[in-house]
Design a protein around this ligand. Structure first.
Ligand code: SF4
Length: 389
């Protein structure tokens, strides 16, 4: 029996195979980050709201939607995930929810399903969602609608702050996976030539619409099968690489078993002094590495010319450094009515102290220099030698 997949499981596997193993196969307890809990809360609300509208046959009910929010908010304490959402999140979630219900109408007659669940077996036929033996791929769609004129439409509500671009929406495999699931259903929903997927960004009110064909859904079957094949090979060989990225921020393995902790730490953010130390060590190593790479590139490009990558270039380029004799420059400034103060370049404390050290009474000169200095407090971030202070 193959490991069952879904869009989010495939994303998890592609983000970091080791995290996938921990969560999906080993069932390691996983405390998701707040954004995921908040997103889940908004999704649950949207499902309840659409079901409520469908039941009573109306397109929108702002007052009812707001009441639903407060009801769900109070009841979140009883939910094993949503109870992690602190009181402080109330206002921003309410704001997102209010804009969601104010800006959308739903046509109850066109709704085929809200949070519609489709499970497929290895032959791409629909099976019971809870059939652990046969279910190979599961898709849960936020909203599926069907009219006589338009292609069957899947709307995916997104709770992220940033909307994806049109291009990103086109490339998102999620829509194709939904179509792949719909192809297993009966009637026009499963037999259309064209489908529409709408990525609906709840917070920014941006909707990205993508038209997909039956062919896209069929192609996705092959891709999903190839992913599954690779996964089964990994399982057989027990081969799980750790690939740091976005998923590190709430990974349950970070503290205990991540072999790439040094690289994972910057992705996760600093949460304790030990991690801060490790990250500094990593930064020093990267700086050293950067110096070596720079040296190697300088050597290579000195004879081979510039190299280009990702829209950036590296290599020798002609440059000129200008300098003037100060007396000649002063005459030029006088002739042109330019004040001498404007042309004297600002000097640093180090440079001035160097000059002061050359005077007869260097201690007095330095004390005087510091006495007349205007000191601006700022913060600098750089690697420096530890002095034990
Ligand atoms: S911390 Fe990051 S790299 Fe390490 S196992 Fe988790 S997700 Fe993978």
């Amino acid at each position: 029996m193959r490991t069952a997949l879904s869009h989010s499981r495939i994303e998890l596997l592609e983000d970091c195979p080791l995290k996938f193993k921990a969560i999906v196969l080993d069932k390691t307890p996983w405390k998701k980050g707040l954004p995921l809990y908040n997103g889940g809360f908004l999704h649950d609300l949207a499902e309840a709201y659409i079901n409520y509208l469908t039941e009573i046959g109306i397109q929108s009910d702002i007052k009812g939607g707001l009441e639903l929010f407060e009801e769900k908010w109070m009841a979140r304490h009883e939910d094993k995930e949503f109870k992690a959402i602190p009181e402080a999140e109330h206002d921003q979630l309410l704001e997102a929810w209010t804009s969601f219900i104010e800006d959308r109408v739903f046509e109850p007659d066109n709704i085929v399903g809200s949070e519609m669940e489709i499970a497929l077996d290895g032959k791409w036929e629909q099976v019971d969602w809870f059939d652990k033996e046969r279910a190979f791929f599961r898709a849960k769609m936020d909203l599926v609608t069907l009219t006589n004129q338009d292609p069957p439409t899947v709307t995916d509500f997104k709770s992220s702050y940033n909307a994806s671009s049109k291009d990103e929406a086109e490339r998102n495999p999620q829509g194709r996976r939904y179509i792949m699931a719909l192809l297993s259903t009966k009637g026009r929903l499963g037999s259309a030539d064209e489908y529409r997927v709408i990525y609906d960004f709840m917070r920014s009110n941006v909707q990205r619409e993508v038209i997909l064909t039956r062919g896209h859904g069929l192609e996705e079957r092959d891709r999903t099968f190839a992913i599954s094949e690779k996964l089964e090979k990994r399982i057989k060989k027990n081969e799980w690489d750790a690939t740091p990225g976005n998923g590190c921020h709430d990974c349950p393995l970070f503290e205990s078993a991540c072999p790439a902790k040094g690289l994972a730490a910057p992705e996760r953010g600093i949460q304790d002094p030990e991690t801060a130390k490790q990250m500094l060590a990593h930064l020093i190593m990267l700086n050293e590495q950067a110096k070596r790479i720079r040296g190697a590139l300088e050597g290579y490009t000195a004879t081979a010319g510039i190299v280009e990558s990702g829209g950036q270039v590296f290599g020798p380029r002609p440059m000129q450094d200008y300098a003037w004799d100060i007396l000649t420059l002063r005459e030029w400034a006088n002739r042109n009515g330019i004040s001498i103060e404007d042309i004297v370049r600002p000097r640093s404390r180090t440079e001035l102290e160097k000059l002061a050290r050359k005077t007869a009474d260097k201690k007095k000169a330095i004390d005087e220099l510091l006495g007349i200095a205007t000191i601006e407090n700022g913060t600098e971030y750089r690697i420096r030698k530890a002095t034990g202070e």
